[in-house]
Design a protein around this ligand. Structure first.
Ligand SMILES: CC(C)(COP(=O)(O)OP(=O)(O)OC[C@H]1O[C@@H](n2cnc3c(N)ncnc32)[C@H](O)[C@@H]1OP(=O)(O)O)[C@@H](O)C(=O)NCCC(=O)NCCS
Length: 181
């Protein structure tokens, strides 16, 4: 998928995390992202096993994790939303609607810009549409975005829930899944 630090081509496989994966070598650069590194290294496999949060990793041939996404159940609070998601009108005007949250998403800095982040979001979308929505009420993908990544989510098609989202530390963005089904 991209070049590794030694210049060799590394094919990446995306699949569920397992406890043998090398979760220590993810490099995100900015210290702001240390919690994303620490979660992968210390908690992701354990949370996965205990059904607290499910993580999907992009691994190279040596099982080094070069990117990951973590998904959990959630809901979108729409009571104060300036953008009221379509389908929340009339007798079923709930204050919140069921969602899947992108709880964590990160790609190794050596792989950023190669489409890996998009591939990981594509997987979340496929899981939502193929596995969850046919069986369980679920309307949105949602994320509490880190500020520098807002442009990435906007490009993918997410909508900010707050009008003044640029002032927020972690703006909430959502993707309506209903049009995809
Ligand atoms: C945000 C992040 C996951 C994006 O991953 P990535 O692998 O670089 O993204 P991709 O290469 O798949 O990019 C897909 C598209 O979004 C664009 N894009 C990527 N990051 C962007 C950003 N921060 N702002 C605007 N556009 C961005 C790319 O240019 C690409 O556009 P294209 O379709 O025209 O080629 C990655 O930069 C990252 O891990 N950042 C640090 C941790 C972080 O902020 N995580 C998000 C937590 S909410």
């Amino acid at each position: 998928m991209s070049q590794d630090e030694d210049g060799s081509q590394q094919e990446l496989e995306i699949r569920q995390i397992n406890s043998d994966d090398n979760t220590k070598s993810l490099s995100l650069g900015d210290p702001e992202f240390t919690p994303l590194k620490a979660f992968l290294k210390n908690e992701a496999a354990d949370f996965h096993r205990r059904n607290v949060a499910k993580s999907y990793v992009a691994v190279d041939e040596s099982h080094r994790v070069r990117g990951y996404i973590t998904l959990i159940c959630s809901q979108v609070q729409i009571a104060q939303a300036h953008h009221r998601p379509e389908g929340n009108k009339g007798p079923i005007a709930y204050k919140s609607l069921p969602s899947i949250k992108v709880a964590r998403l990160a790609t190794d800095k050596r792989y950023q810009g190669s489409g890996l982040g998009r591939s990981l979001l594509d997987l979340a979308l496929a899981i939502a549409l193929g596995d969850i929505m046919p069986a369980v009420g679920c309307r949105f993908l949602v994320v509490d975005a880190k500020k520098p990544s807002v442009g990435f989510y906007l490009k993918y098609g997410f909508t900010p829930i707050q009008e003044n989202y640029e002032d927020e530390d972690s703006p909430v963005l959502f993707l309506d899944l209903h049009p995809f089904v």
